[in-house]
Design a protein around this ligand. Sequence first.
Ligand SMILES: NC(=O)c1ccc[n+]([C@@H]2O[C@H](COP(=O)([O-])OP(=O)(O)OC[C@H]3O[C@@H](n4cnc5c(N)ncnc54)[C@H](O)[C@@H]3O)[C@@H](O)[C@H]2O)c1
Length: 340
Amino acid sequence: MKILVTGGCGFVGSNLCLFLKSKGFNVYSLDNLFRDGSNLNFLRLKKEGIKNFKIDISNVKKVLNLPKFDLIIDCCAEASVENSHKDLSRVFNTNLVGTKNVLLKCLKDKSKIIYISSSRVYSLNDLHKVINFKKKNPIKINKEINLNFSVSSPKTLYGFSKHASEELIKEFSFIYDLEYIINRCGVISGPWQFGKTDQGFFSLFIWRALNKKSIKLIGFGGYGNQVRDILHIKDLSKLILIQIKNFQRKKNMIFAVGGGKKNAISLKKLIKMCENNLKIKISTVREKRTSKYDIPYFVSSNNDLKKIYDWKPRENLESIFNDTISWMRKNKLKLKKYFK
Ligand SMILES: NC(=O)c1ccc[n+]([C@@H]2O[C@H](COP(=O)([O-])OP(=O)(O)OC[C@H]3O[C@@H](n4cnc5c(N)ncnc54)[C@H](O)[C@@H]3O)[C@@H](O)[C@H]2O)c1
C-alpha cells in the first residue's frame, strides 16, 4: 500500500512515517518544513529512504500533481492555538484549505483518508464546566471526555479550523463516497517533539528541566493545577496501523483518542516528576493571567477504541517521560536551537 503522510516532517507525521515504513508500507511525506525542527525530521526520513515532497499544502495544483496514493494520512497543520489568533490566513490556508486540497486529491485518485484532528474542536465554554475548578486546589482526575461532548462555538480559531476540516471530510464522504477515519486526539508527546509553551508542554518542561532552566506556570493563577492526559506517539502509531488493517470493516467513523485517566497529570506534578527523576530543584515562574483559550482540564475517553479495536494506550507517563528524556540526552547539542 502506498501512503502519503502530510506534515510528514512534523512530530506526529515523522514518527508515523518511520513506524509505517518499518511495517512494510511504501511511505511518502508532504511537508514544506515550515516548523522549527522539521528539517531534522526530514533528515531522519531521508536516511530511511522516505521521500518528502517539499510543497505548501495550500497549493492545490501541486497537491493534485503528486503521484497517486492509496491512503493519505493528514497530519499537516499549524497546531498552535495562539498562532491561529496571530496569523489566521496562514493557519486557515494550512489547516482548512490544506485539508480541502487533500480531499480533492483523494477524490481524483479514489484514495482513503485518515485525518488527525484535535480535542480542541470542543466548546471552550463547556470545557470550562467539566470540573469544579478551584485554581489553588489539585484536580480530582475522574472525568473523561468523549464524542458526545459539545462542539458548539467558540472553540479557538485553531479548533474551528480542525472542526471545519472534520465537517468537510464528512461532506465529501456523503457526496462522493470518500472513505475516512477521523482521530480526535488530545495531547500527544514523545521523542522528536519540539515543544513550545502552547503546544507540546510535556517535552518543553522535560527539556527545560534537563537543562536546569526555570519553568513558567502560565494561567489560572500560575499554580500549575491544570490537567491534561498524554498519549505516547508510539501508541497513536499502533492505533493507526490497526485502523489501516481494518479499514474496510471500520470506516467513516470519528474516534476520541488520548492518554486517558491513567496518563493524566497536572503541570505541577510534571515538574515534580522532572525533579524526582533528575534529582534537582526546579525554579518556577508564576504567570497568573489566563489566556482566553486555555482550559483547566482535558482527559480523553478511549472507550470506543477499546470496544471497536481492543486498543488502549500501553505506554504510561513514566515511559513517555523516559523515552523523551533519553532522546534529548542523545541529541542534546543538535536540539538546543529548537527549544526555547
Ligand atoms: N501534537 C499534539 O499534541 C497534537 C494533538 C492533537 C492533534 N494534533 C494534530 O496532529 C497533527 C500533527 O501535529 P504535530 O504536533 O505533529 O505538529 P507539527 O507542527 O510538529 O507538524 C506539522 C508539520 O506540518 C508542516 N507544515 C505546516 N504548514 C505547512 C504547509 N502550509 N504546507 C506543508 N507543510 C506544512 C510543518 O512544517 C510540520 O512539519 C496536526 O494536524 C495537529 O492538529 C497534534
